[in-house]
Every structure is written in C-alpha cells, then in structure tokens.
Design a protein around this ligand. Structure first.
Ligand code: KMH
Ligand code: ZN
Length: 273
C-alpha cells in the first residue's frame, strides 16, 4: 500500500475556543498548531484563517501572513488553503487565497445543508469558476465531497475540462446534511471515484478515528484536526492538533501503513512541488 498522507485541518471556520480553548485564531496560534501537527506526522495543513477575535476571514493578506508563519516553522509542509471559507461568504471572498498560488486548495463540489438553518452553497457555476481559476494558476484542487452526488458533479466537470485528473477527493462524512460516517457509505464513496484518483477521509465529530482507521486499512488517506473534531477520546478535549495526528500515526503503525513525508505526499498526489 502507498504511504499514508495525513492532513491536519487545524482551525476550520465554525469551531471556536468555546469548543476547545486550543482552537487557533491568531497568526502565532495558527503557526503553533500547524507545527504541532507537522511534527507529529502531518504532511498537509488544510488552512482556514481567523481574525484575532476568532471571526473567520478569507482575506488574502491574513492568509499570506499565516502561510509565512507556517513556512517558518514547517519549511516543507504542503499548505492547502480553504476556498470554502465560512457559510454565507461570497465567491469573491472565498477564492482569494488561490491568488497566492498554493500547491493545493479545496474545491467544494456541491451544495448541502450545514446544520440548523445553514446552507453551504456551491452552485455548478461556482465550481466551474473555481475549477478554471485553479487550473490557470496551477493549484491542485482537493475535491471536497459531502455526498455521493458531489463525486458525480466532479466527474462531469472533469469531463468538461474544469477539473484535471488525477483527481484527489476528500470524503467528508458525518456533516449534518451530508452522507453519514458509516462503513457502508465510505465503501460506496470509495467505489464511486474514477480509477487513478486518490482519496482522504474526514470523519466528523465522534466518528473521526473510526473513519480514519477504515481509510488507513482501505488504502485511503486521512484528515483529522479541530475543524472536524476537538476530542482526543470520549469527553476528553485534545490538547493540540498534534495530539490528534499522533493518534492517527499510532493506528497506522499498528495496521502497517507507513507515514508519507511532505515530499512523498507530493509524489502520491502528483503535485508539481
Ligand atoms: N467551513 C465550511 C462551510 C472547505 O474548507 O473547503 C466549508 C469548508 C470546506 O470548510
Ligand atoms: Zn475547511
């Protein structure tokens, strides 16, 4: 089996210090959390940024500052900014970080409910626009799919030239409005992507480590981090993103999967590097 790529989603847009005091807001805190994940074995940092008061922002200058701080602490890590941002942001706001030409960025492949009255909106035209811009700037998309139909959308847009192969998917399982975090649904998703594609799995909330273990055994990759889950075990808050990554590394070792370095991850994902 290929080595395991671990992505750390260190911050997110929705989780706050009220959920876990260690959720990073400031540039320094974001740097600290990225470094803890990287030192534990993460080769990709999925990045949202915040203002110092914790409000989510997609401001290009804030991304630039945070990326500089992460680079200083983790020279070779792959930095993957979000273009999803937070629910309710405009497309213009969301797309900003790709103009920094990161190696990767997320590309959300459909609209879904996001709990309560929230709707995370990604129309077909939005996905086309973001996909085209990423191709023109040389940014590899991680295709965020919250449901099976979003895989089909990505395939359709790939066939029309808006997304290049090999495609890399992130199955986000267990969002309140998306596909569930079950063995059945993970198997369904993994069986639905074109051959030659790669996938990572983000189990939301209490499913995080169960979905991680399944993906490790299936040959997929894993995303963990405060964006998706703030607990290290039932009722026990994680001290850092690094602690969550360490747990994945322990599980992987037991199952016999080696951990990919950032450069090995670049090869597996066919990034330009
Ligand atoms: N914060 C969510 C509304 C992404 O990073 O591309 C969207 C999200 C997906 O987190
Ligand atoms: Zn995100």
């Amino acid at each position: 089996m290929e080595k395991l790529i671990i992505t750390a989603a260190i911050c997110g847009a929705e989780v706050t210090k009220k959920h876990n005091i260690n959720v990073p807001y400031t540039v320094e805190e974001i740097g600290r959390e990225a470094e803890s994940a990287y030192k534990a074995g993460a080769s990709i940092i999925h990045l949202h940024v915040r203002n110092d008061d914790g409000t989510p922002t997609q401001d290009i200058n804030r991304f630039e500052e945070c990326i500089k701080e992460i680079r200083r602490r983790c020279p070779d890590v792959i930095i993957q900014p979000s273009t999803g941002g937070a629910v309710g942001m405009s497309n213009e706001e969301r797309i900003q970080p790709i103009y920094l030409k990161p190696e990767m960025a997320t590309l959300d492949c459909g609209t879904c409910n996001f709990g309560g009255d929230e709707i995370f909106i990604n129309t077909e035209n939005t996905i086309k626009e973001f996909g085209e811009k990423m191709i023109s700037l040389g940014v590899k998309p991680e295709l965020e799919v919250f449901d099976k139909g979003m895989i089909d959308m990505a395939i359709r847009l790939h066939n029309k030239g808006y997304i290049k192969a090999p495609m890399h998917y992130n199955f986000v399982l267990g969002v309140n409005g998306g596909i569930s975090a079950t063995i059945r649904d993970l198997t369904f998703m993994a069986g639905s992507i074109p051959s030659g594609s790669t996938f990572t799995v983000s189990g939301i909330g209490k499913s995080q480590f169960q979905m991680a273990a399944l993906s490790i055994a299936m040959g997929g990759h894993v995303r963990v981090g405060f964006e998706d889950n703030v607990y290290i075990s039932k009722g026990v808050l994680a001290k850092s993103n690094g602690e969550l990554v360490e747990k994945v590394v322990r599980i992987a070792k037991e199952i016999g999967r080696e951990i990919a370095s950032p450069d090995e991850a670049r090869k597996i994902l066919q990034l330009k590097g």
